[in-house]
Design a protein around this ligand. Sequence first.
Ligand code: GLN
Length: 343
Amino acid sequence: MKRHVTPVAAATIAAFAAAMTLGAQAPSPQQAVDAAYAKYKTLQEGKNADYIPALAKVDPNLFGVALVTVDGKVFTAGDVRTEVSIQSISKVFTMAQVIQEQGLDAIEKRIGVDATGARFNSIIAVESVKVVQGTGAPEMNPLVNPGAISATSMVKGASSDEVWKKIIGFHNDSAGRQLTVLQDVYKSESDTNQRNQAIGALMLAYGYIKNNWQQAVDLYTRQCSIGVNAQDLANMAATLAAGGTNPVTKKKVLDTDKVPGVLAVMATAGLYDDSGKWLYHTGLPAKSGVGGGIIAVSPGKFGIAVVSPPLDDAGNSIRAQRAIADISNALGGNPYAGKKVGS
Ligand code: GLN
């Protein structure tokens, strides 16, 4: 019997055949970066964060894509030079700094490494936090505001200045250049961060911050105001992809044996309550910031970053999510698409 092929089915088969042909020739990193940039450049979805007034003023059309391989090759498209505030992406590097200084246990015991399933600045998440039986450790993580403020409070130093030097130093080493604070963002957020102050005070009340919550909230606000561009962020992601060594400057930033723990928390909570969906589609540990940046790490392969301010409801950059997912999937970046040992 003759089989009937409908026009729709024929089109699907043709598209599939074309995809197979393309699949035979994987794109180069530059082709993948260029294709995603072209595809999403005109996408007009989402909205700049505006609960921090300075963020609402950033150009929503800013769009930069950068990929850095673990051997230090750089591929970019769009504006990779204009700075935005790093915002929550800094949480990864302050957590890493504490892990570097005090070990993986310190973060797990004081803050926890579990998803909260709540928004990044949820106070209910603090009130309803479950505690691990026996250890008393909270089931929270250093990538939501309460856990991040607590992580900042754990960086050791005799004065606020001394702590800050360590925090900015770790960010500088990861980015491979001297970064500075965007003072307008720092001021704007300091004037309007009553919610984070409440979180800081509550974290002290529950013993997850040991002292001086005001200093912790202030330094946290400052670290969120560090200016970075897509190139800086890609270098930072690539430092994690390359086992803790910045692949461009070759500087060792984080002990190699501490990197998997950092990446695990990013996989669990990097895109807040959308972390599961993100991981399902990409497999990549990642971290977003309300300034519009996202970093993602393909361990042993590359770090990638996109800056584009308009966000979705969860607070994650829309163009950044789409572009990173496309590029990584085109290049085989998903670590769960495992290769045989020794292959
Ligand atoms: N500084 C911001 C805040 O505390 C960071 C939030 C974010 O990037 N998700 O609200």
